[in-house]
Every structure is written in structure tokens, then in C-alpha cells.
Write a protein of this length. Structure first.
Length: 233
């Protein structure tokens, strides 16, 4: 016998967007784990903090601030080892993940290390993609339209190619790449079809046309490009 590993999506930030299933698991959990960037608090833990009583056993997964893959991979190796000790003791572990665990979610790295050995269940969460579309009041795609999800760190040439080849796009991980992304969109003549969303669902939320977007964007920001080729009628 061993415990069950749960990857639980806690949504984009607004605590009211946690699903009932996720909340039930979190409240009943004896052990919770969550990622935390070095030097900051855990966003995932912040989302659920108002719903549960501490102390619970907490496993903090410290993720290094590095563009290199190896330091983060080592952090997940260490976290998987710690989590496995509880699973081996027949203890369930709930791993919190902002947004959805399998949509650019940190849980996938633990899943790849542990799911082959332990029973694992993934609880989907409200993603930043659908949240940004909702707060911007912009449908993402209709009928046979193609929606592309593009990471901001892509090269200028790759962003240009992919934006040219799709009907709609969501550009994530904007951050320090905003200037480059705006330049590509403008060169393609798509600025008037583009919206900038920052910290969707939080009190600091901003929804702007791309032309109104600031020069510097936080990590939790997204650009939606909807060419409007289908009028959604």
C-alpha cells in the first residue's frame, strides 16, 4: 500500500475560482506541497490560504530563479524524493499548482517522476488562458478556427511565423519579452486585434488594448490576438 499523489489546480488567483473538488481535497489533506520561487512567497499557497487551517505538513518546493533547466530539475528531484517518503508511508500528498496542473503547470515535473510508481490523480483547474479571455471579453476561437498558444520567449522570427499561420493566439510568459512581442504584432498589422491582460482575476488586474499596454509587463500577463475572421454569429 502507498498513498495517493494529487496534482490539484487552484486556478489563476481569485480564490473563488477554485473548484469544489479541489477545495474538498485541500481541506482534507494532511500533507500539502507547493512550488515557491526563491525569494518570494508561494502564489499557489496564497490562493488557498483563506480556506484551510494550518498547521498542516507543508513541503515547500524551492525553485531557483534561473533560465537554465538543470537547477529547477534538481529542485524537482529533491521534492519528488521528499514526497515519496510520505507516499511510501501510506500518506496522501496534495500538490498545489496555480492554474491547471497540465497547462504549463509545475506539477507535470513531479508527475513524470512519481506517477509510474504511485497512484496519481490530477484535478484540473481554471487556467489563465480561459480566465484572460473571460476578463477581456474576447472569445478565443469559433467553429474551425485554430488557436495557437505561444510562449513569449520564442524568437521574433518564430513568433512572426506562428502568428501568421493561425486565426487566434494567446501569448504567455510575456514579462521582459513584451517589447519584442509588440513589435512582431505591429509589423503583422494585428495591433488592433490584440489585447493585453495582466494579473487576471486579481484585484490588480489590468485589461488594455495592446496599444495601451505598458512598456514593462509582469510574468503573470498575457496577450490575446483574435483576428476576428469569424464574427461569432
Amino acid at each position: 500500500m502507498s498513498g495517493i499523489l494529487y496534482g490539484v489546480g487552484v486556478g489563476p488567483g481569485d480564490s473563488e475560482l477554485i473548484t469544489l473538488k479541489a477545495l474538498k481535497l485541500i481541506k482534507s489533506a494532511e500533507i500539502i506541497a507547493y512550488p515557491k520561487l526563491e525569494g518570494s512567497e508561494s502564489f499557489a499557497r496564497t490562493i488557498i490560504a483563506g480556506f484551510i487551517e494550518f498547521p498542516k505538513k507543508e513541503i515547500v518546493i524551492d525553485i531557483p530563479m534561473s533560465e537554465q533547466r538543470l537547477p529547477a530539475q534538481k529542485a524537482y528531484d529533491i521534492a519528488a524524493e521528499r514526497i515519496s517518503t510520505y507516499l511510501e508511508a501510506d500518506k496522501n500528498v496534495v500538490v498545489l499548482c496555480e492554474g491547471d496542473p497540465f497547462f504549463y503547470g509545475s506539477f507535470m515535473y513531479l508527475h513524470s517522476r512519481l506517477s509510474g510508481k504511485y497512484e496519481t490523480e490530477v484535478i484540473p483547474g481554471v487556467s489563465s488562458l480561459t480566465t484572460c479571455a473571460a476578463v477581456a471579453n474576447r472569445p478565443l476561437a469559433a467553429r474551425n478556427e485554430v488557436l495557437a498558444i505561444l510562449p513569449g520567449p520564442l524568437s521574433e522570427e518564430e513568433l512572426t511565423r506562428r502568428l501568421s499561420d493561425t486565426n487566434s493566439a494567446a501569448i504567455m510568459k510575456v514579462g521582459r519579452h513584451l517589447k519584442k512581442i509588440k513589435r512582431v504584432i505591429n509589423d503583422l498589422g494585428l495591433t488592433r486585434f490584440s489585447y493585453y491582460v495582466e494579473r487576471a482575476s486579481l484585484k490588480e488586474q489590468k485589461v488594455l488594448t495592446l496599444a495601451e499596454a505598458p512598456e514593462i509587463a509582469p510574468y503573470f500577463s498575457m496577450i490575446l490576438v483574435t483576428k476576428g475572421e469569424d464574427p461569432w454569429l
